[in-house]
Design a protein around this ligand. Structure first.
Ligand code: THU
Length: 134
């Protein structure tokens, strides 16, 4: 599956998104890009706020764009910092991504290509709610 993914295109899209970040408080711009199961690429950047705690991670923008542009599931994901280095999504953002992950979704991480299940083991997700409701 990884062979079919144009990781270079995802990296370019993540860098382009990072360049639009609004991060005047942390000075830590972040850009993300993901391949959707219909072939489109969705992106996001972090958007901070004077009320620091309400700042949005780049992944928030990405999942919002995913929904707004037609939904679907994420197949592959890349994340960069302001130096264009690979960045790990924070824990909360792994959960955001998990919600929309295709089975076996791949992430380009600081320790190589990993699946969503490797970066968020035993995840809580929609299935838990379905099982509970019966
Ligand atoms: N940040 C993201 O946008 N995504 C992550 O996964 C890690 C952290 C942002 C949040 C904040 O604007 C800045 O990086 C510094 O924490």
């Amino acid at each position: 599956m990884s062979a079919e993914i144009d990781w270079a295109a995802l990296r370019s899209a993540a860098i382009e998104a990072m360049e639009t970040a609004y991060a005047p408080y942390s000075n830590f711009p972040v850009g993300v890009a993901a391949l959707v199961d219909d072939g489109r690429i969705v992106t996001g950047c972090n958007v901070e706020n004077a009320s620091y705690g309400v700042g949005l991670c780049a992944e928030c923008g990405l999942v919002s764009e995913l929904a707004r542009t037609g939904g679907g599931k994420l197949i592959a994901f890349d994340c960069v910092d302001g130096k264009e280095n690979t960045l790990m999504p924070c824990g909360r953002c792994r959960q955001l991504l998990y919600e929309f992950s295709a089975p076996g979704m791949l992430l380009n991480t600081v320790s190589g290509i990993k699946t969503i299940d490797e970066v968020l083991p035993d995840a809580f997700g929609p299935r838990n709610l379905e099982e509970y409701r019966g």
